[in-house]
Ligand binder design. Structure first.
Ligand SMILES: C[S@@+](CC[C@H](N)C(=O)[O-])C[C@H]1O[C@@H](n2cnc3c(N)ncnc32)[C@H](O)[C@@H]1O
Length: 412
């Protein structure tokens, strides 16, 4: 049955939220101040008609918006969009009882995302390749995506051709395509081990598509050129399928915040270091110890460090920081620690830091909830949270990252 609702505010995922006598109703793609007609199902409302649109409503940049699940927020103007994203950080910190000044949202979309994952599965006699549809497990075919960097313009066609070569398997596949300085770097997941015939076919496809590198489950099938990324003075070839910040500008923006927070640090530990984007920038002025659980990422980092002139010493260690966080006596050898954990956060490491004497901690986070939990641990251990800067690398999505700076009282 249709119902008319007045939208009050935006929820964390970007849905319009109406307050009703029976509790909140979440209406995707509706905006605050709008009167809308919806078909209601429990606390969800499917938008049928916008009776009175808000002044903040704008036209989406992509014709697939609302069908494709990749974007949640192309329909709101810049002011509303920026305030909504920043408010997610403010609200989550407040709920966790963490007080800190939160800066304005820093846009870090730049030229667009440099990495994209396509899903592929057999449909009839062909392979369907695309993005996951909004609120469903269907796939939406994508010929072009305006969120991607120009270097990924041919990524949809590349993914389709590779999926066709892999079509003998009925398993769903993920094809991750990364734009590098030397061409496309593709890692395929979901397929079993490749036999000789398939390897030959994929190698031939990589030639035809002029890929820099093609790998399956992180195992290199063919490397025609090293897929390089510039990180400070270093040229790094990340591990196949390994982590990389979503945009070039995002990596630069976060690195600049990290480096500028530590102008006097002489010895820095870069924890959850990946292939070293922060280590290489920090090593222009300080000795750096990089710690990370993925062997292949540490290998990429050490190779690039060995080939780069003009940096202070970079040492590294492969270590699971959830199970084996750096202990107080190890931490106390550093004047600063940089943390950039996955979404789960770094609770075990935060507890050790709380008991340490390290003067400064720069915490880069891709999950405000786990950041708030770990921030409370650091604050209880005597750190002050000087400020939080929200960073927007994932434009049009609900995803947000941040950099938080903690200092021990009297230390700098
Ligand atoms: C958000 S990424 C950041 C990587 C890097 N700082 C960058 O900016 O590219 C998180 C990193 O933590 C690593 N990681 C995940 N779990 C870990 C663990 N238990 N111990 C150590 N590192 C871990 C991942 O492999 C990944 O490289």
């Amino acid at each position: 049955m249709n119902e008319t609702l007045l939208i009050d505010h935006l929820g964390q995922k970007g849905d319009g939220v109406a307050k009703t006598a029976n509790g909140p109703v979440f209406v995707p793609y509706a905006l605050p101040g709008e009167t809308v007609r919806v078909v209601r199902d429990g606390d969800r409302g499917q938008l049928v008609e916008i009776i009175a649109p808000a002044a903040s409503r704008i036209a989406a940049i992509c014709p697939l918006f609302t069908r494709c699940g990749g974007c949640a927020a192309q329909h709101m103007d810049e002011g509303l969009y920026k305030a909504w994203k920043r408010q997610q950080v403010v609200t989550t910190l407040e709920r966790a009882g963490v007080a800190a000044p939160v800066a304005d949202l820093v846009d870090a979309h730049g030229a667009g995302r440099r990495r994209v994952t396509f899903h592929a599965r057999r449909e009839g006699i062909g392979m369907m390749v695309g993005f996951m549809a909004a609120r469903s497990h269907d796939l939406v075919a994508v010929e072009a995506c305006p969120v991607l960097a120009p270097g990924l313009a041919r990524a949809p066609a590349v993914a389709q051709l590779l999926a066709n070569r892999l079509g003998g398997s009925n398993k769903p596949l993920d094809l991750q395509v990364t734009a590098s300085d030397t061409g496309l770097d593709v890692d395929i997941r979901g397929h079993g081990p490749a036999g000789d015939k398939l390897r030959l076919s994929l190698t031939e496809a990589a030639e035809r598509l002029d890929l820099a590198r093609l790998s399956m489950h992180g195992e290199i099938i063919v490397e025609r050129r090293s897929p390089l990324q510039k990180m400070g003075k270093a040229m790094v070839a990340p591990a196949p399928g390994g982590f990389l910040q979503a945009t070039t500008l995002g990596e630069g923006t976060i690195s600049a915040l990290v480096v500028s927070a530590l102008p006097k640090a002489k010895r820095v530990a870069d924890l959850f270091a990946g292939c070293g984007p922060f280590s290489f920038r920090l090593a222009e002025k300080a000795q750096v110890h990089a710690v990370e659980s993925e062997k292949a990422a540490i290998l990429a980092l050490t190779r690039a460090a060995g080939a780069t002139q003009g940096l202070k010493r970079i040492t590294s260690e492969t270590r699971d920081l959830f199970r084996r966080p750096l202990l107080e006596h190890e931490l106390n050898a550093f004047d600063a620690v940089v943390l950039d954990p996955p979404r789960a956060g770094a609770e075990a490491q935060a507890r050790r830091l709380a008991a340490s004497k390290v003067a400064s901690v720069v915490y880069v986070s891709c999950d405000v909830g786990s950041f708030a939990r770990d921030a409370a641990i650091l604050i209880a251990g005597g750190y002050a949270l000087e400020g939080v800067t929200p960073i927007d690398q994932f434009r049009y999505s609900a995803h947000i990252e941040l950099v938080g700076l903690f200092r021990r009282a009297g230390k700098r």
